[in-house]
Design a binder for this molecule. Structure first.
Ligand SMILES: [Zn+2]
Length: 366
């Protein structure tokens, strides 16, 4: 069972305060970009270091080399092939990073890697990666990679890593308190308070997909019933799309996937939604549940920004407008206008960029 750190934060940020803080930050940034010699020297020093960011997924491994400023100079992707076991996967990652170093002609200073599951951040040991063969229990992945690549390696949960990416290089740069919710195959999250990613006692803070939305809802992989993930993940939405299609209620979706249930995705459902009203209703239902989850987070943390990412967020305005409407209905204690609910501007790059931030800055914002 996870143990969550609950923090009580000041609510009721006034518009004027918020605007002033944003303005101050903008001015500070302008100063940093000014032409002073020491600033230029610092900038050159920062840019001379190169880091590797690895996003380890169930089906593919993405890797990018970049400076501390997040400018990617080289990126590659290889299949995970997790059936071969942890050692084989880690050796292929090391090989990939070493090839990429040779390609750009520069050694990297550190590696950051996002992994899909629980990880001991301090020791760089994977605890439980549910989507990988053998589940990688107690694999010292950090040490194995470090020995094979020849530099320090830091590990972090993948969605927390993407949150770090949003904080360092995405919309998160503009705020001190934010929440990232990744709505894909499952639903994960990350919480940033006072400019720092918060991991909680076991690194599990931010498991926002496992908040209860419907106490009598479907059984979740975590053992609870009615988690947000069971109702509004890409998997849940696609399952409803398949049901509608098989019942003859979604002819456009049927045409889009040639009647093949395995090809139904949230994105294709959004294409069919205009002509298949039951599909639109399914998207609205998921959006309402996401809105309820976001409302819960808002009254808990009062973040300045909630970023929604992952494949389901690609549905776009149809989803976001409905989420915002649900939040307005449910959040009465604070003004919903003080919280922006926005799509990620990094998209699928958030994972590798977060890993670059992990490698170059650690868990703070630097
Ligand atoms: Zn759950």
């Amino acid at each position: 069972m996870y143990s969550f750190n609950v923090r009580i934060v000041q609510s009721g940020i006034l518009f004027g305060d918020l605007f002033k803080r944003l303005k101050d930050r903008e001015n500070a940034r302008t100063r940093v970009l000014g032409p002073s010699t020491s600033d230029q020297r610092n900038r050159q020093n920062t840019m001379s270091e190169l880091y590797a960011g690895v996003d380890l997924g169930g089906t593919s491994i993405k890797c990018a080399l970049a400076g501390a400023d997040g400018e990617i100079v080289c990126q590659r992707s290889i299949p995970t092939e997790s059936h071969a076991g942890p050692n084989s996967v880690l050796m292929r990652i090391a090989e990939l990073v070493n090839e990429m170093q040779a390609e750009v002609g520069q050694s990297i200073s550190a590696v950051g890697m996002g992994v899909p599951g629980l990880v001991d951040v301090e020791r760089g040991v994977t605890r439980f990666l549910p989507n990988l063969t053998t589940h990688w229990e107690n694999v010292p992945a950090g040490d194995i990679l470090s020995a094979a690549i020849g530099c320090p390696v830091k590990l972090l949960n993948d969605v927390r890593t993407a949150t770090l990416g949003e904080l360092a290089f995405g919309r998160g740069r503009e705020v001190d308190t934010m929440v990232f919710i990744a709505i894909g195959t499952g639903i994960g999250g990350g919480v940033v308070i006072d400019g720092k990613l918060r991991l909680g006692a076991l690194g599990a803070a931010g498991e926002l997909g496992h908040q209860t939305i419907d106490p009598n809802g479907p059984l979740c992989g975590c053992g609870n019933h009615g988690c947000l993930e069971t109702l509004a993940s890409g998997t849940a939405l696609a399952a409803e799309g398949i049901r509608l299609m098989l019942m003859g209620l979604a002819p456009t979706l049927h045409d889009l996937v040639d009647g093949d249930p395995a090809r139904v995705t949230a994105e294709l459902m959004s294409q069919a939604a205009l002509s298949d009203p039951p599909v639109l209703d399914a998207i609205y239902g998921a959006a309402d549940d996401i809105g309820t989850g976001v409302a819960n987070v808002m009254v808990t943390l009062h973040p300045e920004l909630v970023i929604l990412g992952g494949g389901v967020a690609n549905i776009g305005d149809v989803l976001f407008d409905r989420v915002r409407a649900q939040v307005i209905r449910r959040v009465r204690m604070i003004s919903p206008d003080t919280v922006r609910i926005e799509p990620s501007d990094l998209g699928s790059r958030a994972g590798v960029l977060g890993a670059i931030a992990l490698a170059s800055r650690g868990l703070g914002t630097g």
